[in-house]
Design a protein around this ligand. Structure first.
Ligand SMILES: NC(=O)c1ccc[n+]([C@@H]2O[C@H](COP(=O)([O-])OP(=O)(O)OC[C@H]3O[C@@H](n4cnc5c(N)ncnc54)[C@H](OP(=O)(O)O)[C@@H]3O)[C@@H](O)[C@H]2O)c1
Length: 326
């Protein structure tokens, strides 16, 4: 495993972490045996392979993800050296609400202290100065250690840090070959100032594995609502996936691993892929050892820039229509 350099954290951050939205979440559709057994095996194996960052949120499975993760960490050796990251969904996030929700997450996780407590998304009405009052209280009594944000613009991340009055360590944003916005200014700032970008959906929800095509679309709730999985987008992705495959062959790797290697090619990034099996987890962790050449990195980026999926308002009627075709 590789760890993030140039960032002062109490515990080392593995460049590949584990995302656990899948745990206890009906929308991923992995079922009871996944929640009861496979999730625990995934966490145990992740630890054995050196993963230190485990990401969850109070909204995932309405708290079930936190409970499953907490139990799995406990059963596999506790949380020493592990960075447990959770998130508050900021509905009416006045300070007393923030503190009681933080305590609730810590209880479900079974930890005294949440290592990284993130604001799941920017609240359009309530300013961060209000939310950060609650964060400071949680920190002062030791319920949380570091504070992070998620789905924040760079400007708002920087403002949130001013409001918090201390380092807001990370911003968890969508970052993968198909969603490269963080490269423009967020990541350079993080790199020059000792912050972290946590890359969610680093495999574009499995799309970059290459296993999904217009003839083989995933049927679960999350992905049938994701425009990237529309048949025409899957067809348009073929040229990029071909290049991903070619580079994967050079490294004796899989397409998914090359997708992850692209994300963690940059410093100050932690990728947190989810996994539906232990095998996927093992493969994702092994991506930490793949070093793309600069030429491979540019070739992938250039190919990805040529992919223009149908998204936004144009995609909505197509998603609605295609959901009836499963
Ligand atoms: N902050 C936020 O707003 C936010 C939003 C989204 C996600 N997240 C976090 O980020 C984590 C990851 O994002 P995500 O789950 O959306 O997407 P992702 O990690 O890009 O995709 C995960 C899915 O890809 C497939 N997969 C994983 N490893 C694979 C492999 N080695 N080979 C082939 N397929 C593989 C699996 O699905 P199948 O096997 O079913 O194909 C898996 O469920 C989440 O668990 C969550 O913790 C945060």
């Amino acid at each position: 495993m590789r760890f993030v350099e140039n960032v002062a954290t109490e515990k080392p951050l593995s460049v590949i972490g584990l995302g656990t939205w899948q745990f206890g979440s009906k929308e991923w559709g992995y079922g009871g045996s996944y929640d009861d057994a496979e999730a625990g095996r995934i966490v145990k194996r992740a630890r054995e392979l050196g993963v230190t960052v485990f990401d969850t949120a109070e909204v995932y499975g309405f708290g079930r993800s936190e409970t499953i993760l907490g139990k799995a960490l406990e059963a596999s050796g506790g949380t020493e050296g592990i960075v447990v990251a959770s998130k508050i969904f900021p509905v009416f996030p006045i300070a007393p609400v923030v503190t009681s929700r933080g305590v609730g997450s810590a209880q479900r996780l079974g930890v005294k202290s949440i290592d990284l407590y993130q604001v799941h998304q920017a609240n359009p009405v309530v300013p961060d100065s209000t939310i950060m009052k609650g964060m400071r209280s949680l920190r002062d009594v030791g319920v949380i250690r570091d504070v992070g944000v998620s789905n924040y613009s760079l400007d708002r991340w920087q403002l949130a840090e001013k409001d918090y009055g201390s380092v807001v360590l990370s911003n968890q944003v969508q970052f993968n070959l198909l969603q490269r916005k963080p490269l423009a200014s967020m990541l350079p700032w993080a790199q020059s100032s000792g912050h972290i970008v946590i890359a969610y959906s680093p495999l574009a929800q499995g799309l970059l594995s290459g296993k999904y095509t217009s003839a083989n679309r995933p049927t679960n709730g999350v992905r049938s609502a994701n425009p990237l999985f529309l048949p025409e987008n899957l067809d348009a992705l073929a040229p990029l996936l071909k290049i991903v495959r070619e580079i994967a062959d050079v490294h004796g790797a899989t397409s998914s691993q090359i997708g992850l290697a692209w994300v963690i090619h940059q410093p100050n990034v932690v990728a947190i892929p989810g996994a539906s099996s232990v095998e996927q987890l093992e493969s994702n962790v092994a991506a930490a050892d793949i070093r793309l050449t600069d030429e491979e990195y540019s070739r992938l980026t250039t190919a990805a820039e040529k992919f223009h999926p149908v998204t936004g308002l144009k995609a909505i009627p197509k998603i609605v229509a295609s959901r009836w075709k499963h």
